[in-house]
Ligand binder design. Structure first.
Ligand SMILES: *[C@@H]1O[C@H](CO)[C@@H](O)[C@H](O)[C@H]1NC(C)=O
Ligand SMILES: *[C@@H]1O[C@H](CO)[C@@H](O)[C@H](O)[C@H]1NC(C)=O
Ligand SMILES: *[C@@H]1O[C@H](CO)[C@@H](O)[C@H](O)[C@H]1NC(C)=O
Ligand SMILES: *[C@@H]1O[C@H](CO)[C@@H](O)[C@H](O)[C@H]1NC(C)=O
Ligand SMILES: *[C@@H]1O[C@H](CO)[C@@H](O)[C@H](O)[C@H]1NC(C)=O
Length: 582
């Protein structure tokens, strides 16, 4: 019966499909195909883009990659940033840069006994944040004025702002004041996320609070944010005082004037903790250049001779203590002795080798390494990181977990041992660990045996390599999204073309609060209670409670009445019985 039914249904369906295919062939089969026109009409689309960063250096590649794509599409681009960056870069020398030294910041970063470096050494994230905030306030007017001058001289149409919660307010404020669209970009926009379960190990929480206790979630979602707001009131007062001197209205959001703006996030799910956020906040990472410096002949032959090599690099900013350098080098010696690994490549960058030699008290093995005489350990000042990670003999990356290094390790499918130092690194370390391709170390409790056992696990347990390869696929697919980022910025500029109110200079003015109405979700306009439907759910709960309460009340009443009736009946019975007895 069953089979027969199925058969008749199948044939009927097949027959129907046959008829559709047959008839459509009859109607369209003989016509020529035409090509869909996918070209964009960019006539009259505003084209001047001003990109700004108060930090420079490692914050620039993600912006420059997108700017290069936009230049290829006919846009005019200017970059303002400290440090002579684009002229000296092999990838970005075509991008015109206005070099600008931020004396206040460079004094703090280059001076070993400065407050900022002390806070770094003391490992006090809150103090560091407030110091950075103080620096941002001190340099607000400096940056505001240069941004303004360049923007007016060049009739800029869009601001592309390097975003950090306390930093680069002048960019967003100026765009808001001039009535030009602004787009933000950052490696980590988790601070803008709606998801309450996202937090930060820098604040004593976790990147993902999924499995934490009520107490921990309460602390990280309510108490710590309140503490942050409380301790940053002075910062906001100072910032608003600076704003007032250049005619900008005060603004009390620590995150800056970024609501309703397009914010690009140089990350991807698989690495970042997943969440559903506003369409205004788009993941467009990992952004990587298309070409990288290749291996030098020395490194090429070193890697060929050492099939189990660890690459050890801490990026261009991070510094670790001499004590930790010695612990790591001792771990390498032990790993090589035990034949777990046979090679190490270490670009020292900012680590002061002579200091470490002194600290090692002329230990023979350590000074052999630091003088680059150890046959299995290769030391240099700099190295072509991506080429080394791409080599099949590089089995493990011991890294500080900066976002660029993490992206490169994921893109090349290299498992990681992460030693986070500051900033977003502790958070990245947790996310890499939960992706299953990394283990992490603690810089405050670094031990030779811990490093050795973790390296052994990473090299011997298959799951780390497998997960690294899984994430590699995600990274490769998502690395195309820098073109998507350029598309999104083009959409903003094109929207401005239609929404902009023309002014007398042939320019236009837009309202950043409303410009991107296609992406702004209605709940943000409905207010907190209506936006979250708390009124509707509230009434529904009250109704349910009332109904439930009414039901219970009726039930109780019925029970009581039947009880009373049955008792009175009993009494009546007893009464009627009593006289009989008497
Ligand atoms: C592009 O748009 C402009 C007006 O915005 C129009 O004048 C022009 O004809 C369009 N070009 C094409 C190829 O459609
Ligand atoms: C920046 O670097 C380029 C290339 O090295 C050099 O020609 C130029 O003079 C530098 N500019 C400044 C202001 O240092
Ligand atoms: C470094 O910073 C300390 C503390 O702020 C200051 O006393 C010292 O003069 C600075 N040194 C230099 C070379 O700027
Ligand atoms: C939380 O626990 C669940 C169930 O054990 C697990 O699937 C998930 O990966 C855990 N999440 C984190 C962030 O550890
Ligand atoms: C070198 O000697 C100093 C002073 O005696 C000591 O504090 C330090 O721990 C020694 N370093 C090592 C690596 O043993």
């Amino acid at each position: 019966m069953h089979l027969k039914n199925l058969f008749s249904q199948l044939t009927l369906w097949h027959f129907a499909i046959f008829i559709i295919v047959f008839t459509s062939n009859q109607f369209f089969g003989s016509a020529d195909l035409i090509k869909r026109d996918s070209s964009l009409n960019r006539t009259n689309v505003p084209k001047k883009i001003l990109a700004t960063s108060m930090i420079g250096r490692t914050h620039l590649p993600q912006m420059c990659e997108i700017l290069k794509i936009l230049m290829d599409r006919g846009y005019d681009v200017i970059l303002i940033s400290p440090g002579n960056y684009t002229a000296k870069s092999i990838h970005y020398h075509s991008i015109p840069q206005i070099i600008f030294e931020n004396e206040i910041a460079s004094q703090q970063f280059n001076n070993k006994s400065s407050d900022v470096n002390n806070a770094l050494v003391d490992d006090d994230p809150l103090k560091l944040m407030l110091l950075l905030g103080k620096m941002a306030v001190q340099s607000y007017i400096l940056f505001y004025n240069i941004y303004k001058q360049v923007a007016e001289e060049n009739k800029v149409d869009l601001f592309f702002c390097d975003y950090m919660p306390l930093i680069n307010h002048p960019c967003f404020d100026l765009a808001w004041k001039l009535g030009k669209p602004a787009v933000g970009i950052s490696a980590d926009t988790s601070i803008l996320s709606n998801a309450p379960y996202k937090s930060d190990p820098m604040l004593g929480c976790h990147a993902n609070m999924e499995n934490e206790s009520f107490y921990a979630r309460f602390k990280c979602a309510i108490i710590i944010p309140l503490k942050l707001v409380w301790s940053s009131i002075d910062f906001l007062r100072g910032l608003n005082a600076e704003r007032a001197t250049v005619g900008i209205n005060p603004h009390w959001d620590l995150r800056g004037r970024v609501s309703n703006l397009l914010m690009l996030s140089n990350t991807f799910f698989g690495f970042e903790v997943s969440s559903s956020d506003s369409p205004l906040h788009q993941e467009i990472g990992p952004i990587l250049p298309d070409t990288f410096p290749g291996l030098t002949p020395v490194l090429d032959s070193f890697l060929a001779d050492h099939p189990r090599t660890i690459y050890f690099a801490l990026g261009t900013n991070a510094i670790i203590s001499s004590q930790n350098v010695i612990i790591i080098l001792n771990a390498f010696i032990k790993l090589i002795d035990q034949n777990v690994i046979d090679g190490v490549i270490w670009p020292t960058v900012r680590t002061d080798i002579s200091e470490s030699i002194e600290y090692a008290n002329s230990s023979v093995s350590i000074s052999t390494i630091l003088n680059n005489q150890h046959p299995n350990i290769h030391i240099s000042k700099f190295s072509p990181q991506f080429a080394i990670l791409s080599h099949e003999n590089t089995k493990l990356f011991l890294s500080h977990g900066g976002s660029a290094s993490s992206h490169e390790s994921m893109y090349t499918g290299t498992p990681m041992l992460v030693l986070p130092i500051m900033g977003d690194q502790p958070r990245n370390a947790e996310m890499l660990e939960s992706a299953g391709m990394a283990l992490k170390l603690s810089k405050n409790d670094l031990k030779v045996d811990d490093i050795v056992s973790k390296v052994e696990r990473l090299l011997n347990e298959e799951s780390f390599k497998k997960n690294a390869e899984r994430v590699q696929f995600l990274a490769k697919v998502n690395s195309k999204r820098k073109y998507r980022a350029a598309d999104l910025m083009e959409i903003v500029l094109n929207t401005a073309k239609y929404e902009g109110v023309k002014d007398e200079n042939g320019g236009f003015k837009i309202d950043n609060e409303k410009l991107l109405r296609d992406w702004i979700t209605p709940d943000t306009r409905m207010g907190f209670i209506r936006g979250k439907y708390l009124d509707v759910y509230g009434v529904a709960i009250i109704l349910l409670l009332a109904l439930g309460g009414g039901f219970v009340y009726t039930l109780l009443t019925i029970v009581r009445y039947t009880y009373i009736i049955s008792r009175s009946e009993n009494r009546n019975d007893q009464k009627s019985l009593k006289p009989k007895k008497e």
